[in-house]
Design a protein around this ligand. Structure first.
Ligand SMILES: Nc1ncnc2c1ncn2[C@@H]1O[C@H](COP(=O)(O)OP(=O)(O)O)[C@@H](O)[C@H]1O
Ligand SMILES: [Mg+2]
Length: 266
């Protein structure tokens, strides 16, 4: 069983201008992700969510503290962490199967072998019929499915998802929430998922962390089981309209507004 550990992580960006000040993007973040954790980070634009994900992905090094995957320091990007971006980040000149298997190609896997792996994950995300399509021929939801399949091809220990559903229309978003939960259950991956939607966060998380801005800190953490109720009933709307769900949402909103955090795109 894999463990991703953040120990007292801080990130300070240098000032953008000569006269500017340092940006304390993250301060003293301690977080353990393991087993079947689906950890959701919720917070206002600019509170450091993407910075946190970038530290886990190895895109940036923390200014202080430690980031470990299975007790080894994260020194850079690696196949053991699959990243899904808010913007799909597909290559427009490659079709779906080649986009999906792109990482495997870079790893010099043989064509028929990587096609086999990519097909398996495209099937999992419901796109087996679309292997020869190009990104411009796909809807926003389908592009994000390709991004998800691509992130899974290296069989990572953890999926890191930065507002992957943020650009989708409301109906597609609901369908994609269910798809992501189903894939999480089926693959048994750990997930770190960023959103600015309070409902999405509460619905999907096994653990929800609420962040405060400047410096970005974890101000509250919840263990939740609404996803389980969805697995039992397959009725997401009903789960989201349960009194308990509404109560948690109210509490989270109170925390957020109490700290004068504005939730928006970010
Ligand atoms: N490369 C960078 N250089 C300087 N400041 C940055 C950089 N990236 C992000 N920041 C700043 O750090 C803070 C956190 O940003 P970010 O992690 O993108 O937040 P979020 O994803 O929650 O919107 C913001 O104030 C942002 O302006
Ligand atoms: Mg962000």
């Amino acid at each position: 069983m894999s463990v991703l550990e953040l120990k007292s992580v801080s990130v300070i960006y240098p000032p953008a201008t000569k006269t500017g000040e340092d940006v304390h993007a993250l301060e003293n973040i301690t977080l353990n992700i393991t087993g079947n954790d689906f950890v959701v980070a919720l917070g206002a634009s600019g509170c450091g969510k993407t910075t946190l994900l970038n530290v886990m992905a190895g895109f940036i090094q923390p200014s202080g503290g430690e980031v470990l995957l299975d007790s080894k320091p994260i020194k850079g990007p690696g196949a053991d962490r699959g990243v899904v971006f808010q913007q799909h980040a597909l290559l427009p000149w490659l079709n779906v199967i080649d986009n999906t298997s792109f990482g495997l190609m870079l790893q010099k896997m043989k064509t028929d072998e990587r096609t086999k792996v990519a097909s398996k994950y495209l099937k999992l995300v419901g796109l087996e019929e679309f292997q020869k399509h190009y990104p411009y021929q796909l809807s926003g939801g389908m592009r994000q499915r390709v991004g998800l399949a691509r992130a899974l091809t290296s069989d990572p220990a953890i999926l890191l998802m930065d507002e992957p559903l943020g650009a989708l229309d409301a109906l597609t978003r609901e369908i994609m929430q269910e798809l992501v939960l189903d894939i999480w259950r089926e693959t048994g991956k750990m997930v770190f998922f960023i959103t600015h939607s309070v409902d999405e966060a509460i619905f999907m998380a096994t653990r929800l962390i609420v962040m405060s801005p400047r410096p970005g800190r974890i101000i509250k953490s919840y263990n939740l089981d609404f996803y389980q109720r969805f697995f039992k009933t397959r009725d997401a709307r009903r789960v989201k309209s349960q009194q308990e769900f509404i109560d948690v949402r109210q509490e989270v909103l109170n925390i957020i507004h109490g700290d004068e955090i504005r939730i928006d795109q970010g």
